[in-house]
Design a protein around this ligand. Structure first.
Ligand code: F7E
Length: 343
């Protein structure tokens, strides 16, 4: 039985990855967790009695703890989903972002090189590495032009992964994952913020309660959104090719934040009218109740205005395809949040 270490298992991607691996392989999965004073295991509680899944203690920012785990376990695969992944937050805590998203990757690579060189390594890369894009859609050849401390840290990690792959002949890859969302997305990310807030607004409207107004920043930003669950197969395929290579995973479709909001309002059956523009834009219900407004507090010091991925190489060479489209993703997220809040 092969051994796979997955970091970030309490988050969206790590927990979906564990489910994918349990369903599609016979391997043993070690989920790396960091002790916190308040436990955050909601996304993996249902896996607690799974004999092929075991939690191990490891802190990515503690090189020794990581090295010891690699020495003791001798893993066949190491999948790193642990990160400071909130782009907006990376301006507030750039050093912690750099330590977790770049330095920690170097520690993993060093541990693998020294103590388990046949271990295959996947590091989570991001479309944020393309940043200020020069053409659309972006494929594997697009230059790295990050716009945030987060994007810069992911670019540094990408170079380290390549240098270690080429210098030491490691199987080490870093896919470019465009935005991927779902019912386990953190509430700060724009898609989940919208699905959760609109579900709350729907419940308040139906019960004549005070409406919790949704406030967003740049609603003209365009993103390429997919379902996180569809990406897990792509990650696993990337780790199991004849030779290591980085691929883009994306939907190839671009939508604005505004479109995501309006599609969610459609799912909730809330008709609205818009007033004002730019910093002063607001949405009201047809009987005049305020439900949404632009709040410049959520603007970023630098924005990536549009991202759209070209995943044709992953489709052609690995046979990867996605299953959920934009409307399906919005519906799934809204319905899940509505059910969660009315349970
Ligand atoms: O922002 C705009 C915001 O925070 C999307 C991470 O997984 O994907 C994610 O990064 C867009 C931006 O995701 C609000 O300005 C407007 O243009 O949901 P987000 P992100 O920054 O694209 C990439 C691929 C990753 O790798 C990252 O780890 O939405 N926006 N108003 C807002 N964003 C937020 N969060 N909150 C707002 O109120």
């Amino acid at each position: 039985m092969k051994k796979i270490i997955v970091t970030g298992v309490t988050g969206q991607d790590g927990s979906h990855m564990v489910e994918y691996l349990l369903k599609n392989t016979d391997h043993k999965i070690y989920g790396a967790v960091r002790r916190l004073s308040v436990k955050n295991h909601e996304n993996i509680l249902h896996l607690e009695n799974e004999p092929r899944f075991e939690l191990i203690n490891m802190d990515l920012n503690d090189a020794h703890s990581m090295r010891d785990v690699v020495i003791d376990l001798q893993p066949d695969y190491f999948i790193n989903f642990a990160a400071q992944s909130f782009v907006a937050g990376s301006w507030d805590y750039p050093i912690q972002t750099w330590d977790t998203d770049s330095n920690a990757v170097l520690h993993i690579l060093e541990s693998i090189r020294r103590f388990a060189p046949s271990c295959r390594f996947y590091n989570a890369g991001s479309s944020e590495e393309f940043g200020d894009v020069i053409c659309s859609p972006q494929d594997e050849k697009h230059p790295l032009r990050p716009q945030s401390p987060y994007g810069a840290a992911k670019c540094a990690a990408r170079h380290l992964v390549r240098v270690y792959r080429e210098s030491y002949d490691l199987y080490a890859v870093q896919g470019w994952l465009f935005n991927h969302e779902g019912v386990r997305r953190g509430l700060d990310f724009v898609t989940r913020k919208i699905s959760h807030s609109i579900a709350k607004i729907k419940i308040a409207l139906d019960s004549n309660k005070t409406i919790p107004i949704l406030k967003l920043g740049n609603i003209e930003a365009q993103r390429d959104w997919s379902d996180a669950e569809d990406f897990m197969e792509g990650v696993w395929l990337m780790l199991n090719q004849d030779a290591p290579k980085n691929y883009v995973l994306a939907s190839g479709e671009m939508h604005t934040v505004r479109e995501f909001l309006e599609e969610t309002l459609k799912c909730a059956n809330i008709e609205f009218k818009s007033e004002g523009s730019e910093d002063n834009e607001k949405y009201y219900t047809l009987d005049g109740q305020l439900i949404f407004e632009v709040d410049p507090k959520f603007y970023r010091p630098a924005e990536v205005h549009e991202l759209c991925g070209d995943c044709s190489l992953a489709e052609k060479e690995m046979g990867w395809t996605r299953k959920t489209d934009f409307a399906g993703l919005v519906k799934k997220m809204y319905e899940s949040d509505y059910a969660l809040l009315t349970r």
